[in-house]
Design a protein around this ligand. Structure first.
Ligand code: Z5A
Length: 211
């Protein structure tokens, strides 16, 4: 695929989004080997934590020992992303890889924007000014908050998972609003279906990219 802005051959950037327990990680684990079998070079990564420095920032972000101001939280996610973009995502795309990323900028808009109440345009403008790669395709795995949390039962909840249900509800609605704004890029998939059915739908969309 060619990005006309740079006239440089680049890979494909695919992100996976949704509330906790929607099944992003499960789907990426099934998709990556399938893409590799089809001869593609694949980079699997995630946020927050896709770099060494990012793993340290992740510990701070998810620790119950801190309750950062919402601006601090936003800037920590962006610091983590800056490192991730420059060390993993951009190099992967420049090597013509298919980059599969578990959460990216839509999570920031959904959690820090819709969830915490930071102004949407302000958060989005920061992203634009930083000139980070925009996903070519995003899968939004959508399910009711209760369904996602039921799947995480037995796991100890981190600082963000421990937020009230109303927060997670706003996040879910935020994701759905983002999908309405960009239907070409963001494909909404009903995440209450079986793991196998969801994977079939993801592969169907991906085949439309000639992969
Ligand atoms: N965050 C933010 O606020 N701002 C940002 O900019 C970014 C992130 C980038 C990262 O948490 C937190 O950071 C996250 C958003 C915030 N907040 N929270 N809370 P994380 O990385 O630790 O967690 P996560 O991304 O939310 O992932 P997760 O909890 O592991 O969920 P998942 O990847 O979507 O689900 P999974 O691991 O694939 O599946 C969970 C379980 O469900 C597992 O047992 C599966 O076998 C099962 N599962 C999966 N699919 C199905 C189906 N279809 N049916 C039945 N069972 C299923």
């Amino acid at each position: 695929m060619y990005h006309l802005s740079s006239l440089k051959q680049v890979g494909l950037f695919i992100t996976f989004e949704g509330i906790e327990g929607c099944g992003k990680t499960t789907q990426i684990k099934l998709l990556a080997p399938w893409l590799k079998e089809r001869g593609h070079s694949v980079c699997v990564t995630y946020e927050p934590g896709g770099t060494l420095l990012g793993q340290e920032i992740r510990k701070i972000l998810l620790s119950p020992n801190f309750s950062p101001a919402k601006e601090t939280e936003l800037l920590l996610y962006l610091a983590e992303r800056a490192e991730h973009v420059e060390k993993v995502i951009r190099p992967g795309l420049e090597e013509s890889k298919i980059v599969l990323c578990d959460r990216y900028h839509d999570s920031t808009l959904a959690y820090q924007g819709y969830g915490r109440g930071l102004e949407f345009e302000w958060v989005n403008n920061l992203f634009k000014q930083l000139k980070w790669p925009k996903p070519d395709l995003t899968f939004l795995l959508d399910c009711p908050v209760e369904v996602g949390f039921k799947r995480l039962r037995g796991r100890s909840l981190d600082r963000i998972e421990g937020e009230k249900m109303a927060f997670h509800q706003r996040v879910r609605e935020g994701f759905l609003s983002l999908a309405q704004m960009e239907p070409e890029r963001i494909k909404v998939i009903d995440a209450t279906q079986s793991i196998e059915n969801i994977q079939i739908q993801i592969r169907e969309w991906i085949k439309q990219y000639g992969l």
